[in-house]
Design a binder for this molecule. Sequence first.
Ligand code: SAM
Length: 234
Amino acid sequence: MEALRNFFYDKKVEKVLDIGTGTGKFIEVLKKSFSEAEFFGVDPDENSLKEAKECFPDIVFQKMGAEELYFENDYFDVVSLSMALHHLPKVKRGLKEIKRVVKPQGWIIINELFSDNLNPAQEVQKMYHHFRSRIDRLTGVSHRETFRKEEILQIIRQAGISIQFFFEHKREVNLIEEKGALDKMTEKMKQKLETISERPEFEEMQSQIEEFREKALEFGFQPATNVVIVGRKK
Ligand SMILES: C[S@@+](CC[C@H](N)C(=O)[O-])C[C@H]1O[C@@H](n2cnc3c(N)ncnc32)[C@H](O)[C@@H]1O
């Protein structure tokens, strides 16, 4: 993300915490801006952390949710949360913790996909995402539908984070171009649906898989646009 590299190139950043790090995908992005920094990654999901540790053996990964961080106050120069805001069961509490552990002169980076102004191929990705997130909610896992861009900015401002700047990031790719990719996706949807086979929503959601396939063949499948926000605690 060139805008991040340009903004941070002359700023001293020694410690970076990536929250909701998953398999560490966003750390890979951040390393391009903070090549000298020491990284820490946290996530409640142990399986993802195991993969992250294999990819980045030098980084400390710990099992932790955003709502309760086991770090001192004012500890990090940069704290990031990527594609995870809509996963937090307690958004306000999570953002409060982020503010607590970042230094007063430090930076908060929020990278989040949004649901408005999407092209038809991105609408197909939204269908897929919302299908999966609905099943998560039905099975007791915190996973909201995607926020609108303005909602995200409002949540950040209301949390007492002053936004220094933000930009949109869009990947111009069709993820079902590769042979077999759409079959894999529909298979994943079917497997996920099986987890609610006893529920009344099952049948209705079964028909959504075919609808998804048709739309994907017509329009393609492109990741949603993200808003990347750089802020500071007030
Ligand atoms: C879509 S993944 C994003 C992974 C990575 N940050 C990225 O940008 O690709 C969302 C991550 O949020 C994590 N998550 C869920 N609940 C969380 C919580 N309460 N606190 C922190 N992370 C959470 C999930 O385990 C998952 O790894």
